[in-house]
Design a protein around this ligand. Structure first.
Ligand SMILES: [Zn+2]
Length: 251
């Protein structure tokens, strides 16, 4: 299995990062993509990718950090993006629910990431909270070509529209929450070739360990929940989504 979205450089893993990776491997999670959220964490992501074989990196500035980034930070990301173990541009996107960063600043940050993704030929990994329409509009205006919608939560008609555009949809722990019925409906509709899995570790722990530190080994719970809503075998879901991730990130 491949965990397409973690933050392995997060200080939450400073005391036991190698043990976390060992547990992931014993759970069958052989490859991880660790995403930066600003310049420093992107540099750290690349360092970890250099150090651990199954770890790959993505570089980007998170929408809630965009107001703190300088033009020099984006230039630094562009230099990192060509590294052979950098497989994507992100985490970027739009967040209208945590009001730290004005939308105008987020839009410009997103547009720059779309251009960087096109320039380096690597997919764009997007965070979206409450910005469904603006996100699709900006992606279209900027001619985004390879798009991954991280922690995809639907709703179902949005899954259909994203599927028509050929965007990958990455499913994480939210699918296990008892109240997340609309998420499960949306996940059931994702085309099989566009489905990816993630944990977003150390965040977004699945039910019933919600609120505790998450780690890639918990991808098993996500796989089982996805298989249940799609009426498929968990092993097959793990295998097919890993194939998709290899195609998406060129692994
Ligand atoms: Zn994330």
């Amino acid at each position: 299995m491949i965990d397409t979205h973690v933050h392995l450089q997060d200080p939450a893993f400073d005391l036991d990062r190698e043990a976390v990776l060992a547990r992931a491997l014993s759970a069958g999670v052989e490859v991880l993509v660790t995403l930066g959220t600003d310049r420093t964490s992107s540099e750290r992501a690349v360092e970890l990718a250099e150090r651990f074989e199954g770890v790959y990196a993505a570089v980007g500035i998170h929408p809630t950090q965009a107001h703190q980034a300088s033009p020099g930070d984006l230039e630094a990301l562009a230099r990192l993006a060509v590294h052979p173990k950098v497989v994507a541009v992100g985490e970027c996107g739009l967040d209208y629910e945590r009001g730290w960063c004005p939308p105008k600043v987020q839009w410009e940050n997103l547009r720059r990431h779309v251009r960087l993704s096109r320039d380096c030929g690597k997919p764009l990994v997007l965070h979206n909270r409450g910005a469904h329409e603006d996100l699709l509009r900006i992606l279209e205006e900027e001619g985004a070509q390879q798009v991954v919608l991280h922690m995809f939560t639907g709703p179902a008609p949005y899954a259909d529209r994203c599927g028509e555009r050929g965007y990958w949809m990455s499913v994480g722990g939210v699918i296990t929450y008892p109240a997340a019925k609309s998420v499960r409906e949306a996940v059931a509709r994702i085309p099989e070739t566009l489905l990816l899995l993630e944990t977003d570790s150390p965040y977004m722990s699945p039910h019933p360990i919600r609120g505790k530190r998450n780690e890639p080994a918990n991808l098993l719970r996500v796989v089982e929940a996805v298989a249940a809503v799609r009426g498929e075998n968990a092993e097959r879901v793990g295998f097919r989504t890993a194939e998709n991730a290899r195609r998406c990130f060129g692994l």
